[in-house]
Design a protein around this ligand. Structure first.
Ligand code: AHR
Length: 524
């Protein structure tokens, strides 16, 4: 593949030159028009949510090392991981699962005598339950995120879940609130989101839509937050495929609810990028252009999936009161050689960075319905932000996309028009580029550009009618190769670099290297 070879050896210095020559408009430039006068829906910061399941080395080792560890920690939680995650402004973190949530019994993880259990969902390994409710809340607090707790519907009871919520949130001296205080936390916790089960059509109990909606009514009715200072949103289990029967049943249940007794605020959608069907078999590293294109073409199906599910939701909820919560998404690839396959540990490459940007763009375009999403997962599992090995830690290319996109949190989407062109290889075709723009919380115009094509740089000629800024600045995430990864030995192979470009008469020109992501902020 001569094109890819050219990309692979394009020296960084040449890339830097290309990027700094932003003001000259190239002949083949892609015209992008941003209409800053028409701010649309808010891109809820919760679309940048995360997911930390008890799975592999995510909780034990990746987040929790215990009070007596030599690895620097605050109350048992790794300092380095917390510091890295704080930079992402993580809005919420989902816990304890995933499939694990439907086997989790909260009493095993409180108090002095923790009950060790087998993690039956993920490899049958021992879970000491040293990381339980208090430790999760401490972690969420340290990274500055809201808590999203999934309750056990599959092997638990309504009472068990109701008691857990009362234990966490009661702000009056109930027996459970006193027990919480005796365990070290007199003040009620805030639970911002509660998931009512997980994949109840599969690992959560193989339920039919009718069986699940019967549970949903009961959990929705009886499991509540009692912290009057912190409203909680309830999230029903939604579909995990393009099929809409499940969505129909859940939304009908919502529509048919009566009065005050039962409600929920969101319905989940689980959508992993797995090219060619299960089990996941696409390599996470050492892959070529065909693998690159197949995975990215698959991930772009997220848009159609959201459209299809939203159309059913619109039927019951035209005012879009119910959020479509994409609380599991990301690439699911082959496990790292030598790792326990049940630990779902996979490498994270520049392709994952492009994939993350494309999905975030899709969520942003559906901002009126998709107001929350949680990438799977956070540390050492699937498309992770961070990888650890003992005391070592490395940020992944996906981490950097989340960091670059921080200005989009709670920004308002702006209309953008452009001709995306096309990129094709080996029978796979997809748009060559992607772009979104928004008005940030502090009133600045932010633009995200993605060049999907791994062979050709993309020249963008951006017009911003009505914008008087003189300067644009931002960051670009590019890599020596499409399958470049960050390792403990070479942690900075894929890291963002600064970009600046002048803006003249509301117009600017930038060139984006192949397979790269750029985020620009205008100074006014
Ligand atoms: O993220 C890994 C697993 O994928 C989750 O536990 C489950 O909900 C999904 O099938």
């Amino acid at each position: 593949m001569p094109g890819f070879a050219m990309r692979a050896f394009l020296p960084r210095i040449l890339l830097a030159f290309i990027l700094s020559c932003g003001s000259a408009v190239a002949q083949d430039a892609i015209a992008v028009r941003v209409d800053a006068s028409q701010p649309g829906a808010k891109i809820d910061r919760h679309i940048f949510g995360q997911f930390a399941e008890h799975l592999g080395t995510q909780i034990y080792g990746g987040i929790w090392v215990g009070h007596h560890s030599k690895i620097p920690n605050v109350r048992g939680i790794r300092k380095d991981v917390v510091a890295a995650l704080r930079e992402l402004h993580v809005p919420d973190v989902r816990w304890p699962g995933g499939c694990y949530a439907d086997q989790y019994h909260w009493r095993d993880g409180i108090g002095k005598a923790r009950k060790a259990r087998l993690n039956a969902s993920w490899g049958g390994v021992l879970d000491t339950n040293a990381f339980g409710t208090h430790e999760f809340m401490e972690f969420a607090n340290q990274i500055g995120a809201e808590a999203y707790v999934s309750v056990n519907v599959g092997s638990g009871t309504v009472k068990e879940a109701a008691d857990w919520l009362e234990y966490m949130t009661a702000d009056k001296p109930t027996a459970l609130a006193k027990e919480r205080a005796a365990n070290g936390h007199p003040a009620p916790y805030k639970v911002a989101f509660m998931g009512i089960g997980n994949e109840s059509w599969d690992c959560g109990g193989l339920m039919t839509p009718t069986e699940y909606t019967a549970q949903l009514r009961l959990y929705g009715r009886f499991v509540n937050s009692y912290n009057s200072a912190a409203p909680m949103q309830k999230i029903a289990v939604g579909p995990g495929s393009p099929d809409t029967d499940w969505t129909d049943a859940v939304m009908k249940t919502w529509k048919d609810r009566r009065g005050w007794s039962f409600d929920f605020n969101g319905m989940s959608l689980h959508a992993y990028t797995v090219f060619g069907g299960w089990p996941p078999h696409m390599p996470a590293s050492d892959f070529g252009e065909q693998d690159y294109a197949e995975v990215l073409s698959e991930t772009l199906k997220m848009d159609g999936l959201i459209q299809k599910q939203s159309a059913v939701m619109d039927k019951y909820d035209p005012d879009k009161k119910i959020t479509l919560v994409v609380d599991e998404w990301g690439a699911w690839l082959t496990a790292t050689k030598g790792s326990n396959p049940a630990f779902l540990q996979q490498q994270n490459s520049q392709r994952d960075a492009v994939l993350a940007a494309l999905n975030l763009n899709i969520f942003a375009r559906h901002a009126d319905r998709v107001r929350m999403a949680n990438i799977a997962q956070m540390v050492n599992v699937l498309q992770a932000m961070i990888m650890t090995d003992g005391a070592k830690m490395v940020r992944t290319p996906t981490y950097y996309v989340f960091k670059m996109y921080v200005p989009f949190q709670d920004a308002q989407i702006l209309p953008v028009t452009f001709d995306a062109g096309s990129y094709s290889v080996g029978g796979i075709s997809m748009p060559r580029v992607d772009a979104i723009a928004a008005k940030s919380k502090d009133g600045k115009t932010v633009i995200a550009l993605t060049n999907i094509d791994p062979n050709r740089p993309a020249n963008f000629a951006i017009s911003l009618p009505g914008i008087t800024a003189a300067q644009v600045q931002g960051q670009v995430l590019t890599a020596p190769k499409i399958d470049s990864v960050n390792t403990f030995q070479a942690p900075n192979t894929v890291t963002p670099r600064p970009v600046t470009s002048p803006v003249k008469d509301g117009a600017l020109a930038v060139t984006l290297a192949p397979a790269s992501v750029m985020v620009l902020t205008l100074d006014r």
